[in-house]
Design a protein around this ligand. Structure first.
Ligand code: ZN
Length: 110
């Protein structure tokens, strides 16, 4: 079953949610509420997987540019290190946007 409060999957017939602790017996969720919670959980997962992919991409590129820069001559080295820095910056930008978006989705529920 799905927790009415946080939307996470919990054991069938459990009385308390193992993630947020919400008492499942005091709240008879309406179909609309269940749909909404499911939709929000879906959205959260989408945002998470999308940004995890982006962050992995930027981090890998940043590390790659750094490694390659060690094997190159000065002129190219600086360019590659700048690329690596930009990638790391984009990594942190993605991380921040991910958290802002997840927070926004969280607040929509209440
Ligand atoms: Zn819960």
């Amino acid at each position: 079953m799905i927790c009415f409060n946080c939307g996470k999957k919990i054991a069938q017939n459990s009385t308390l949610c193992e993630y947020c602790g919400a008492n499942q017996t005091t709240h008879i969720a309406t179909l609309k509420e269940i749909e909404k919670t499911k939709m929000l959980a879906n959205k959260r997962n989408n945002v998470r997987s999308m940004f995890n992919f982006l962050m992995g991409f930027f981090l890998t590129l940043g590390i790659l540019f750094t490694i390659i820069s060690f094997a190159t001559v000065n002129g190219v080295k600086i360019t590659l290190l700048i690329f690596a820095l930009v990638c790391l910056l984009l990594f942190f930008v993605s991380l921040t946007i991910k958290h802002i978006m997840l927070r926004k989705i969280e607040h929509k529920k209440f």
